[in-house]
Design a protein around this ligand. Structure first.
Ligand SMILES: Cc1ncc(COP(=O)(O)O)c(C=O)c1O
Length: 368
């Protein structure tokens, strides 16, 4: 039979999302499980966003503002960049896709660290791009190895700061040096989905670098620090030329009505952002101290999630934790077979995680 899907699509493997709570409970016939697998905000959505969404619900018979005017205006004020350098997407995932769709021709190369956020690879493959992977060095993105990997076929470099799944951040100075060392015709996507969680002043947004590196695209999301993952809204900063080109490809109503209303209000919710940061830092301190007590290795993070090395291996730990009603992320699909990744939860969820983990590890000892 004639092939239906394009060749590059047939090669794709499905993205392994964090297991939904409802699915686990249905499968195991249990209730009260917790999910620490998708780096979501355990506090829920920004209360200001919830209020704005409720206020706007009766308008959803209208198409949304296709230009996201008010949101771009607010982001422009907040970040001190002109409105025409800002683009909104159906999640920052859509903006990654827009960059690749707009600028990458089949066969051109995209350099990615490995492991990193799995969606990059998938998006590049779906546009028949060639992926060049550069292994992390001590769980950090290796900028000098990426520089060495640049070839005449390279079109895009994607860097995630801090990096998912390792939580390691890159120094502002190193990013700046890197951008000034690469050929000036390369597009660099700098995904800052978790930058608001960083506590190290040297690991901060590279927005300023947009002035000196015109082909830089910086991505942010409302999914994490504002707790709006289910709304699907993210934003990006780039030169006017890049934004204009992406707007040619972008669907006119890519960001829905309620997402725009919720995000607009969330940008004023400094109290919620601060609460999220404090909860994350307190949670990390608790989890680190408990893992030290149990004697498990972990990778300290600049985000709201981190890696834990488990003697049971990633898959077995994931499976056994499921039976305890705790959804963690196995790092097998990221090539880290001995690691699980968890995000910080509410204090009671963090305690439950530790209790379940200890139980799971003890069972291993008893059964040999
Ligand atoms: C590194 C990274 N970038 C982007 C995203 C996607 O964000 P959004 O929900 O805005 O599409 C995620 C989501 O987990 C992520 O981990």
């Amino acid at each position: 039979m004639k092939r239906l899907a394009r060749k590059c699509i047939e090669k794709l493997t499905p993205y392994p999302p964090g297991k939904p709570i409802e699915e686990l409970e249905r499968e195991l016939g249990i209730v009260g499980s917790i999910k620490l697998a998708s780096n979501e905000n355990p506090l829920g959505p920004s209360p200001k966003a919830i209020k704005a969404i409720k206020q706007n619900i009766s308008n959803i018979h209208r198409y949304p503002d296709g230009s996201c005017y008010y949101l771009r205006r607010k982001l422009s004020k907040k970040f001190g960049l002109p409105m025409n350098k800002i683009i909104l997407g159906n999640g920052s995932n859509e903006i990654i896709k827009l960059v690749v769709h707009t600028f990458l021709s089949p066969g051109e190369e995209v350099i990615l660290p490995f492991p990193t956020f799995l969606m990059y690879e998938k998006i590049v493959q779906s546009f028949a791009g060639k992926i060049v992977t550069v292994p992390l060095l001590d769980f950090s993105i290796n900028l000098s190895a990426i520089l060495t990997a640049v070839s005449s076929k390279t079109k895009i470099i994607i860097i995630n700061n801090p990096n998912n799944p390792t939580g390691m951040g890159l120094n502002k100075k190193d990013i700046s040096q890197f951008l000034h060392s690469i050929p000036s015709d390369l597009i660099v996507i700098l995904d800052e989905a978790y930058i608001e969680f960083s506590t190290d002043p040297d690991i901060a947004s590279s927005l300023k670098l947009l002035e000196s590196y015109p082909l830089l695209v910086i991505l942010r999301t409302f999914s994490k620090i504002y707790g709006l993952a289910g709304l699907r809204i993210g934003y990006g900063f780039a030169s006017e030329t890049i934004v204009d080109s992406m707007n040619l490809v972008r669907q006119p109503f890519n960001v829905n009505y309620l997402a725009q209303a919720g995000a607009l209000a969330a940008l004023d919710d400094d109290e919620f952002v601060e609460k999220t940061r404090t909860l994350t830092q307190d949670g990390l301190l608790f989890l680190y101290s408990q893992l030290d007590r149990i004697g498990l290795e972990y990778i300290p993070t600049q985000t709201n999630f981190f890696l834990i090395k488990t003697p049971l291996g990633a898959h077995e730990t994931f499976q056994r934790m499921l039976k305890e009603g705790v959804i963690v992320r196995s790092m097998e699909s990221f090539g880290l077979n001995d690691y699980i990744r968890i995000n910080v939860g509410l204090p009671e969820e963090n305690k439950r995680f530790i209790k379940a983990l200890e139980k799971v590890l003890y069972t291993k000892l008893e059964t040999g």
